[in-house]
Design a protein around this ligand. Structure first.
Ligand code: FAD
Length: 406
């Protein structure tokens, strides 16, 4: 049965889900003067996860007015190093990439997820253009003119456009029969935060092991975050170690490049899996963030894409309004769909390809991976193009993420 419209106002947009993607989308829409309602509970618990925000995401947060407060809690990623530790016959030499080669101070900035979410929550609370509703969404109906979202307390929020930012198990997505494809890898990722003896010099280091990438990403001070992708059994053994034994295991795997390691943060164990959707929209509905794509924690893609979704949706509805069109109508949603399709597909294929060639233990795959890394290291124009594309796609980047003209 279709839900009736609520007695309250009809919002321009209702964003369901107050994770980082939903908060950013709600702030971006409210900032443009759209009457926006954000539905969801605020939750900012420390889980040891950090987010490497690439340059375009930082520009987006700047435009939302939240970067200033976050910057001092983030560390710049000025250099990225890749070390092949796969013990393959075709083992390329270590490769290093500097952000200054493409005219940037940093490829991005690494910050604890809890700090990022807290800062976005403060901005949402301070925004006079945002209406906040914390009961969860339990029901929805999408009509020709308006969409209605039923909340846990029995109230109804009505809007012309609904943004599903309700995470990987999105109810809104499921209710609209959007086909998904999900997959898993025979690996888990151990995450934590470490203090160490030597300076990281703003460099992140990725060791490509036969069981997956082992990555240390700088945090302010002599601290780094760890994402150690390995076999499920090994990850479970590691997570069960006491702090001293885990610190020693990390130092060994990192070939002591940062000296002695001390575990400083909570630990997380993340199953390696992915999800993609066959389309990003349905009538009056747009999917963003993990409701639209789930990545294993390799290559800092997940939330950077989630922010690109939010910024691209903002462009699509701003353009629809400028043309006098319905912001939840087919023209606006069609524009959003087109802007996301290729970007998400390319990133999904790149992350999946890297992980599978590492796991393959297959000489031709090792050869291609090694050759690829040598080509990227040695061929200047290719190297710079890939660095730029890694930070932000050159075609179709959302407007708030583009570099400002010099
Ligand atoms: C170990 C690890 C490291 C990572 N590192 C990086 C990185 O370096 N760079 C990067 O870009 N990404 C990274 N990611 C990915 C990133 O963390 C995720 O992409 C991001 O947190 C997803 O945000 P989201 O807002 O889409 O989803 P979520 O954070 O899952 O938010 C969804 C929200 O919706 C709410 N919700 C659900 N159902 C309802 C409902 N019915 N009503 C109301 N609210 C509802 C939930 O409570 C939640 O608050 C990493 C992930 C992991 C696991």
């Amino acid at each position: 049965m279709a839900l009736p419209a609520g007695p309250g106002p009809i919002f321009d947009a209702a964003v369901v889900g107050a994770g980082a993607a939903g908060l950013a989308a709600a702030l971006a829409l409210a900032r443009e003067g759209f009457e926006t309602c954000l539905v969801g509970r605020f939750d900012a618990r420390a889980d040891g996860r950090t987010i490497a925000l690439l340059d375009g995401s930082v520009r987006f947060l700047e435009a939302l007015g939240v970067w200033e407060g976050l910057r001092e809690r983030a560390a710049p990623l000025a250099t990225m190093r890749i070390i092949d530790d796969s013990r393959s016959l075709f083992r390329p030499p270590p490769a290093g990439f500097r952000a200054t080669e493409i005219g940037l101070e940093a490829f991005g900035w690494n910050v604890e997820n809890v700090e990022l979410v807290r800062t976005l929550i403060e901005a949402a609370r301070a925004s006079s253009q945002l209406t906040l509703r914390d009961p969860g969404a339990v029901d929805s109906s999408f009509l020709q003119e308006v969409a209605n979202i039923g909340l846990e307390d029995g109230s109804i929020v009505s809007a012309r456009l609904v943004v599903a930012a309700d995470g990987r198990n999105s109810r809104l997505r499921e209710a609209r029969d959007i086909t998904t494809r999900s997959w898993s890898y025979p690996q888990s990722a151990l995450t934590t935060i470490l203090a160490h003896e030597r300076d990281h010099r703003d460099a992140s280091t990725e060791f490509h092991t036969r069981f997956g990438p082992f990555t240390l990403v700088p945090l302010p001070g002599r601290r780094s975050s760890l994402v150690w992708v390995t076999s499920r059994a090994h990850a479970e053994r590691l997570v069960g170690l006491d702090d001293d034994a885990l610190g020693a295991a990390v130092e060994r795997q990192a070939q002591s490049i940062l000296g002695k390691m001390r575990v400083e943060g909570p630990r997380g164990l993340v199953a390696m899996s992915g999800l993609s959707v066959e389309r990003y929209t349905a009538e009056r509905l747009a999917l963003i963030g993990e409701a639209a794509h789930v990545f294993p924690p390799i290559g800092a893609q997940g939330l950077n894409l989630g922010f690109r979704d939010a910024a691209a949706l903002r462009d699509a509805v701003v353009d629809a309004r400028a043309e006098g069109a319905d912001i939840g109508g087919p023209a606006a949603l069609g524009r959003y769909q087109r802007s996301r399709d290729l970007d998400v597909r390319l990133r999904t294929a790149a992350v999946d390809g890297l992980n599978r060639t590492l796991l393959a233990a297959f000489l031709p795959a090792d050869f291609l991976r090694g050759l690829g890394l040598i080509a990227i290291s040695e061929i200047g124009p290719l190297r710079r193009t890939l660095m730029r594309e890694g930070v932000l796609p050159s075609i179709g980047a959302p407007r708030l993420m583009r570099p400002r003209p010099a």
